[in-house]
Write a protein that binds this ligand. Structure first.
Ligand code: ATP
Ligand code: MG
Length: 479
């Protein structure tokens, strides 16, 4: 096993209210082509839909920014994209389970909101999408958080990560139907690539960097930093999330050990990220700072070789966890699928391939162009989180989308925090406060009782699931 690490995933969801049945799901978000015709009933705006979605949350939490008893944060930011940030996990499998628990929570909220709409006679159905771009061209994100040990050369570590993140999309991209300027459309690896503008920056929205360098570790700042990665596509398939986080974790282990990858720096990163997304062969070379030219495929092969070489030479290979082995195996196989131009090697595991196959079959059956609105709707349905309308449940049931979690694990994670991290303390505190109807304030590091005494505990160690001070706080809450 490599050194223990804290992980968290934040997902912003797309939201829309589709007109009543018969007009196809989620037409608004599917694009102008499919938008309302004359005489169609008016549907509520995304802002209003988000308010319906959060009505119950605001009732019990008195805010649209709350922490849940499973340790996660649920909130509505500006721009009306509901966001779910998983609790701190210390294992990739656990993280995938917690990410899925977030989807289930939001799906249940959507069902409740749709009941409210029906009760109030508002026509339409709210849909939530785990994707990264809506029909108006707005982009929203899926951020990955990795705890790293603080080193003086954080910047150098970031520099080494940039070419990795720029090329990682050939494995972990969600697949994207991209309109072409000359008309028609082509299939690209990533939804997010066209929206990124900076390699590194401390602002997330204005300049949209690959890595956010704002120094906010949510932990002891003398020891740690939080690597806040903005660049990734939201993942639908559990195996894609697993690979996305797992490969990054292994590379970080190597970088934290002082290994550098200066020779792989790119001459023009922001140009490369787009070119690589648009090249489904993954073989078109991009220019490196050294003057050398390498394709995304070659670069990812190089990253994989260096990571496995590092694990071997430090004696860590034999100690890898089962999930880490799966990550390395899928990383290798994903690259082989590209090298041999044979997506069937990963067609149940990597989003771009699962979705690509789905769209191809549908187009062949109905003789449709890639830019046909019906294809856009199917593509969108891939990202619909609804167990009822979304395609993921059906695809998984038919063996067309792999899973690594069980329904039981996910159900458990809706109400229970990860047991091995700080999240456990937060979860217990929130649960106790809810049961006793006590007023508290919580964030990633603070637990506070809002009474005359204003007792507060600061949790600077995200690895620690136990704390005597919290035991006392819980006792005070229950007194
Ligand atoms: N010390 C830590 N190291 C790594 N990840 C952490 C740490 N503490 C918390 N996290 C994770 O980081 C994520 C923080 O989510 P949050 O949405 O609050 O992000 P933020 O970047 O602080 O704020 P915002 O989204 O409002 O800009 C969560 O998924 C959480 O589990
Ligand atoms: Mg966030």
């Amino acid at each position: 096993m490599t050194a223990r690490r804290i992980f968290g995933i934040e997902t912003e969801y797309g939201i829309t209210c589709a007109p009543p049945a018969g007009r196809g799901a989620a037409v608004e978000a599917a694009g102008a082509d499919a938008a309302d015709g004359e005489g169609a009933p008016r549907v509520i705006t995304a802002d209003d839909a988000a308010r319906y979605l959060f009505r119950k949350v605001v009732q019990w939490g008195r805010s649209s920014n709350v922490f849940l008893r499973n340790g996660a944060r649920l909130y509505l930011d500006v721009g009306s994209h509901p966001e779910y940030a998983t609790a701190e996990c210390d294992d990739v499998h656990q993280l995938v389970v917690n990410d899925r628990a977030g989807e289930s929570i939001l799906d249940e909220m959507t069902e409740d909101a749709n009941e409210l709409l029906a009760e109030e006679g508002v026509p339409g159905t709210i849909h939530l999408f785990k994707n990264n771009v809506d029909s108006f061209g707005n982009s929203f994100g899926c951020h990955e958080n990795y705890l790293v040990r603080r080193r003086r050369d954080f910047q150098a570590m970031g520099d080494a990560l940039v070419p990795f993140f720029i090329t990682r999309q050939i494995l972990t991209g969600a697949g994207h139907i991209r309109p072409r300027a000359a008309g028609g459309a082509s299939y690209a690896f990533s939804q997010r690539a066209d929206q990124m503008w900076d390699a590194m920056s401390s602002a997330t929205t204005r300049s949209r960097p690959i890595i956010n360098t704002r120094d906010e570790p949510h932990a002891d700042a003398d020891l740690y930093r939080r690597m806040h990665v903005i660049v990734g596509d939201s993942s639908v398939a559990e195996t894609t999330t697993m690979l996305k986080v797992g490969m990054t974790d292994l590379l970080l282990a190597m970088l934290e050990d002082g290994v550098r990858l200066r020779d792989l720096a790119m001459a023009e990163p922001m140009r490369a990220i787009r070119e690589i997304s648009h090249d489904m062969t993954a073989t078109v070379p991009v220019e490196l700072s050294s003057g050398r030219r390498m394709s995304a495929l070659q670069m990812q092969e190089e990253f994989l070789t260096r990571v496995t070489g590092y694990l071997d030479s430090t004696g860590q290979t034999a100690e890898l966890t089962e999930i880490q082995r799966r990550v390395l195996e899928l990383w290798e196989r994903g690259l082989r699928a590209l090298r041999e131009q044979d997506p069937s090697l990963v067609e149940t595991e990597l989003d771009w391939a699962i979705k690509g196959r789905l769209l191809e079959r549908y187009r062949a059956r109905h003789t449709l162009a890639l830019d046909d609105p019906r294809v856009a709707r199917l593509s969108l349905a891939y990202h619909d989180i609804s167990a009822r309308w979304g395609l993921a449940t059906t695809l998984a049931a038919r063996g067309l989308m792999a899973r690594i979690t069980t329904d039981e694990e996910v159900r458990e994670a809706i109400v229970t925090p990860p047991p091995s991290t700080r999240a456990r303390l937060r979860g217990e505190f929130v649960a106790a406060a809810q049961e006793r109807r006590r007023d508290i304030t919580v964030d990633w590091v603070h637990l506070k009782i809002n009474d005359a005494a204003q007792r507060t505990v600061v949790l600077k160690d995200p690895f620690s699931p136990t704390d005597e001070r919290v035991d006392k706080l819980l006792a005070a809450l229950q007194a």
